[in-house]
Ligand binder design. Structure first.
Ligand code: PXP
Length: 237
């Protein structure tokens, strides 16, 4: 199972002071050195952390692959078309949210999503949709012609004490993973995963890749990014 490191919050720290450091690109390179299989970045519409220049620098310097998370905003779709990341993951975006709050509603945005897919497919970009573990959303994603889906694990991650509820959500995720795999989609997962909850999700062998950001960058403040990545890789393995 691959591990994509989301480096958005390296830029969050930089933007807190408007400095040139810490550098998302340097952290991307150190993450790769420590075993990361890819680098994930979210170019948000409000550019609150990652900027275009970060995406370009990382794309030019990493040896693994870039996964660009983005909304369907036309200027950002055009940017992705020009930059050609290996992967694009389309996510919903709300201005006021602290982080992505749920999966994309593929059923209600078919036409808009289809247009973006058609454009990005011209550049052979591997396209994924960030969705809830919902069979109808998965079916529609396949119908629209994407290569992959990323299952939102946020709801699972946010259940802390109710084991029964957590098990139900885990079952839901498993069902979604198996269904998506059976209809020929590559299945990734992410959001809210940390050093405590990752192993249950990582035990679903059919998942291709986990994208993890906040917990790894936070832990890196204590132990350094190399150790933070190595420990997460070990837990996943
Ligand atoms: N996957 C997607 C699609 C996301 O939007 C995010 C957050 O940017 C992540 C994974 C990583 O989430 P977290 O920072 O909670 O690990």
């Amino acid at each position: 199972m691959k591990l994509g490191i989301n480096i958005d919050h390296v830029a969050t720290l930089r933007e807190a002071r408007g400095e040139e450091y810490p550098s998302p690109m340097e952290i991307a390179l150190l993450s790769e050195k420590s075993g990361a299989d890819g680098i994930t970045m979210h170019l948000r519409e409000d550019r609150r952390h990652i900027k275009e220049k970060d995406v370009i620098k990382v794309k030019e310097n990493i040896k693994t692959k870039l996964n660009l998370e983005m909304s369907l905003a036309p200027d950002i779709v055009s940017f992705a078309y020009d930059v050609e990341p290996r992967d694009v993951c389309i996510v919903p975006e709300n201005r006021e949210e602290l982080t992505t709050e749920g999966g994309l509603d593929v059923l209600n945005q078919k036409e808009k999503i289809k247009k973006a897919i058609e454009k990005l497919k011209n550049k052979n970009i591997c396209i994924s949709l960030f969705i809830e573990p919902d069979l109808k959303q998965i079916e529609m994603s396949k119908f629209l012609g994407v290569d992959a889906i990323e299952i939102h694990t946020g709801r699972y991650s946010n259940i802390y004490f109710d084991r029964e509820k957590k098990d139900l959500e885990l079952e839901n995720i498993k069902k979604a993973v198996f269904f998506a795999r059976d209809i020929g989609l590559l299945v990734n997962a992410g959001h809210g995963l940390n050093y405590k909850n990752v192993t249950e999700i990582a035990s679903i062998k059919e998942i291709n890749e986990l994208n993890i950001g906040h917990s790894i960058i936070s832990y890196a403040i204590y132990v350094g990014i190399e150790k933070a990545v190595i420990e997460m890789k070990k837990l996943i393995e």
